[in-house]
Design a protein around this ligand. Structure first.
Ligand code: PLP
Length: 370
């Protein structure tokens, strides 16, 4: 591999430019640029069909969708969540004046450990806020039972989980709401974008009002909403991206399998996730560097970077270690020992549709050599 050929952890998928031109021509001709125009409507419908869900509300980005989802269900007090995620998960609680309660993750899935949730519930807890980290599904049934017992809402941050299915269909049908991100770095992108998956039309309509200033008609404003609407440019691009997503997912699965085979017998390297009955999206390729590997995670990270292979330490640092959260009682390292250990060992390897087999082989060879 040439040194001048850097490899990043992810690269956005873009369809051939000429395929986007007809969409642009239509926008230019119609002059509807936003406010839930024709492409917005078509994209919502097409997404529902592709994902196998009932209702979707599109957003400017995933973070505004998370903030709105918590607003829509009037979540308040405290919420149980994972420290092992992207900061937007916990930030969206703060934007709603909600106190996060961090609970530890499961050592195999690195998702919220259901056996630890009950002990974290307090008198003012109103919801559980798990993340399908890396697109690996949470233990949805165990979480549902706890929520039912304590009368809590469940909102899934499904930013990584586009297209993931369990034995009965889309993973997005679990919980009260699920949130997607279509950011450039995600499996499915609209440059920037996001969505809330809703179980019923009434909730979707409420969310649609919230993302449009709370306006319901020309003379009525029913809530202090904000502007979270996806533009026609992003929505039309999403429609085009949907035509390519199956190919994107197939290529990601090929790369995932290739890494797994190449790294199978490397001492001290554990590949996270598994296939089985589940339809995975291979959004990330996280490995854990165990203590019997030839070097630490940070040394491996540096060794790869020296060869212009830019893996990422997702998720490090833990959200609970950041200045705005670390003084919370639940942020203590003793409460989050599994998450803390994972954050110090994890490395996400490059995975994206344009990554070539020989690049995967070269990355695996460097790791194998140690
Ligand atoms: C990307 C991401 C978000 C935020 O989505 P944006 O569309 O970038 O605002 C939220 N949660 C998780 C887990 C993410 O990875």
């Amino acid at each position: 591999m040439k040194n001048s050929d850097p490899i990043y952890v992810t690269r956005p998928f873009l369809p051939p430019l000429e395929e986007f031109i007809p969409y642009l021509s239509e926008i230019w001709a119609g002059k509807t640029l936003t406010n839930c125009g024709p492409f917005h409507q078509q994209f919502e419908k097409a997404l529902c069909e592709y994902l196998g869900v009932e209702h979707i509300a599109l957003f400017t980005n995933g973070t505004l969708a998370l903030i709105t989802a918590l607003q829509a269900l009037r979540i308040s007090g405290s919420v149980i969540t994972t420290p092992y995620s992207f900061v937007a998960t916990t930030h969206s609680l703060l934007w709603n004046g909600i106190r996060p309660i961090f609970s530890d993750v499961d050592p195999v899935t690195l998702n919220l450990d259901p056996t630890k949730i009950e002990a974290a519930i307090t008198a003012d807890t109103t919801a559980i806020f798990p993340v399908h980290c890396y697109g690996h599904p949470c233990e949805v049934e165990a979480i549902r039972k706890i929520a039912e017992k304590y009368d809590l809402k469940v909102i899934y941050d499904a930013a990584h989980a586009f297209g993931v299915e369990d034995a009965d269909g889309s993973i997005l049908r679990h919980g009260d709401l699920s949130i997607l991100s279509f950011h450039a770095t995600k499996v499915f992108n609209t440059f920037e974008g996001g969505a809330i998956v809703c179980p019923d039309l009434q909730t979707k309509q409420h969310i649609d009002h919230l993302k449009n200033f709370g306006i319901t008609d020309e003379v009525s404003v029913v809530a202090a909403g904000f502007n979270g609407k996806m533009s026609e440019l992003n929505a039309s691009f999403g429609l085009l991206q949907l035509q390519h997503i199956d190919g994107v997912l197939t290529r990601r699965r090929e790369i995932d399998s290739r890494y797994r085979i190449l790294l199978k017998d490397v001492k001290g390297i554990r590949c996270l996730g598994k296939s089985g009955e589940l339809v995975a999206n291979c959004a990330y390729f996280p490995i854990l560097i165990e203590s019997d590997y030839t070097m630490s995670r940070d040394l491996l990270f540096k060794m790869l970077a020296d060869r212009h292979i830019f893996a990422r330490r997702y998720f490090y640092p833990l959200i609970s270690d950041l200045p705005m959260y670390r003084d919370l009682l639940s942020a203590s390292r003793s409460n989050l020992s599994v998450a803390g250990d994972a954050a110090s060992r994890v490395l996400c390897l490059p995975i994206y549709p344009d990554l070539r087999d020989e690049q995967v082989d070269a990355i695996a060879a460097i790791i194998k050599r140690g």
